[in-house]
Write a protein that binds this ligand. Structure first.
Ligand code: SIN
Ligand code: FE2
Length: 220
């Protein structure tokens, strides 16, 4: 019995465990695992209507992470600045609606992190190829910056998530995130700096050599 148990503990915490990073900030290990394939199928449907694209920052730099959105509004960036739009500037049509599976997962994860009745109006979808990264930033384009949490879902290739403080210069924790992990940060942690280190080469059974991230927010 138990002959196959590993001698040493896995370096990653087990699915189902919760880890508090800071007041109001939690990692929920494996929280999205059961619905991951549904989420990936929905990402494809959203992207068929509003394709992934590389946005340009106000400073004129093309972002290495490809993005699209679903929800009542979508996050967008170009030379004119960062903002939320009601229509996809690429298609001229409204952003695809938030799939029911997205809304339910976000709500359940927020509750597990201590935030009841979470009703995000936007899901930014990030697509990372190997080598791409997201530099340290705050999510500060939302009208509601205080109460509602950010809920962030990892799918596909693993990543190292940087989780810092309320000032850019504060040190950051390095959190390994794998397929199915969810991070939620709100309340006193809502404005914490965060980012993603360059994605390491690899292959995931469901996403190939990519990582996807869903970022839910209350924007308006
Ligand atoms: C984000 O900050 O928008 C994405 C974070 C992540 O990809 O884990
Ligand atoms: Fe962010």
């Amino acid at each position: 019995m138990h002959a196959n148990l590993p001698l040493f503990a896995s370096p990653l915490p087990a699915t189902g465990t919760r880890e508090e990073l800071a007041p109001g900030a939690w990692v929920l290990r494996g929280f999205a695992l059961d619905v991951a394939e549904t989420l990936l199928a929905e990402i494809e449907r959203v992207a068929a209507a509003s394709p992934f694209r590389h946005l340009v920052t106000p400073g004129g730099q093309k972002m290495s992470v490809a993005m699209t959105n679903c929800g009542e509004v979508g996050w967008f960036s170009d030379r004119r600045g960062y903002r939320y739009t009601e229509t996809d500037p690429l298609t001229g049509k409204p952003w695809p609606a938030l799939p029911a599976s997205f809304a339910k997962l976000a709500r359940d994860a927020a509750r597990a992190a201590g935030f009841d009745d979470y009703a995000p109006d936007v899901c930014l979808i990030n697509r990372y190829e190997v080598g791409t990264r997201l530099t340290l930033h705050q999510d500060h384009d939302e009208r509601d910056r205080r109460a509602a949490p950010i809920v962030s879902v990892s799918l596909g290739l693993p990543a190292t998530f940087l989780f810092g403080g309320l000032a850019r210069k504060e040190p950051q924790r390095r959190i390994p995130l794998v397929h199915g992990d969810v991070v939620a940060w709100g309340g006193p942690s809502r404005m914490r700096y965060h980012g993603v280190l360059p994605i390491k080469d690899g292959e995931h059974a469901l996403t190939g050599s990519r990582r996807y991230n869903l970022t839910f927010r209350v924007a308006r």
